[in-house]
Design a protein. Sequence first.
Length: 131
Amino acid sequence: MKKIIVLLSVLLTLLTFSSCTNEEPSPSNTQQGTETDANYYVKYTALAYGGVGYENARIESVTVETETGSKTIEPNVKSWEETYGPVSKGFKAKIQATGASKTVRIYVCRGEEPFVIKAEGSSSASYTIDF
């Protein structure tokens, strides 16, 4: 019985000290970056809709603000979606769409976090990244 207690004590001591290290946490083990140097991504969407007689409603053109400036696309589709980035905190995301009745939205994510809707409008929307 005495041998078992000594053996268990030795094993417990070894396990306790073997799990301790003096290593500093590396950036890959900590939360990615700080708020000031975080990468943000902006997803824009535009959806054309219509009632009776408007089944062929289309998004004719979309103008969005990207990390490299303003960009105009002529997709001529029922729904359109595109993601841009990385951008920095303070970036002003803007979307304007033409065509049939439509809904435009701006989604933003920080790093690997999920996208969150930040603005919505019937033909245009804007949002300044502030989180």
